[in-house]
Design a protein around this ligand. Sequence first.
Ligand code: PEP
Ligand code: MN
Length: 361
Amino acid sequence: MQFKPVFEKRERPVLIAGPCSAETETQVLHTAQALAPLGIDLFRAGIWKPRTRPGGFEGAGVAGLHWLRRVKEETGLRVCTEVANTQHVYEALKFGVDVLWIGARTTVNPFSVQEIADALCGVDVPVLVKNPVNADFKLWLGAIERLHRAGIHRVAAIHRGFSYHGQSRWRNVPRWEFAIELRRLFPDLQLICDHSHICGRRESLLQVAQRAMDLDFDGLMTEVHPDPDRALSDAQQQLTPTDYQQMLSKLIVRRSETSVEATPTDLQHLRHLIDEIDEELFQLLATRMRVARQIGAFKAQHNITILQTARFNEILERATEKCSALELSKTFIETLLRAIHQESIEQQARVMVGALQAAKG
Ligand code: PEP
Ligand code: MN
């Protein structure tokens, strides 16, 4: 798949900002008037709000589209809103909404995404695709593919984190590896970080925005409200326009690398070291697996099960005791050892099958 940029390439990050929900005409226009001088690229406001439970504010509906049209006329800003079905698409396009976004609760449903893609067939409007609520990479990819097949090539992805059962410092756990993989697969797909929905609270917005910049995201989507505490949705995570401006002023935007020739020699040297160390690691792992295969042959001969839980626990425990002295996180050590252990089991299983076949002659 090849994509066309939704946003012009610039030195600074792409900025999408605006309230979680369009609540009143005054609220929408005040926010837009405060944001326009900051040079944002796109004004956001939810018109139809997907609320987890009924009874909350479910959006202003079509009335809000009139307000967005006024934003365009009075500030010159481009505007975007969330669409979840064909009706939303038709209404939004009728009112001249410049960019559409598909929300996390819609990306999870291929029927809804296909419905939107069908409604957009032959329409040249950019679409931003949020990751699905659950951490399923293929659903995110599938939604992007459905739009691409419908001829929508101006597509960008929005990383808004994944829901999580249990205690967490995040509203939606970032799982950055999803965004990194999307970038690896589709380098020309623009990637926006919706740090508001990742954080769920104002305090950590800058920190997460900075992480997004350091991971080479193209831009940020931020919820901004003139009176956040009184917002009808997502009150805890919205910023006033002044706080938004302040957050932006603290953001360090680093340059993303362009070519190997442009890489400073010090960095080239360190990367060379990393390559050598990786090579040693692979050799060591290969040696470790050779020994595992010998163990497999021994177990086959003496009728011993491959899995020896007590032994694996002992290895895990010994390793995790050392992790802080080694300056490695416990999670990393455990993940690594589990992967090595799994491969070792597979290799031993192959040896056992081989031994059985040899015995049968
Ligand atoms: C939103 O952007 O206000 C929204 C509802 O987001 P999400 O789909 O990421 O939950
Ligand atoms: Mn919101």
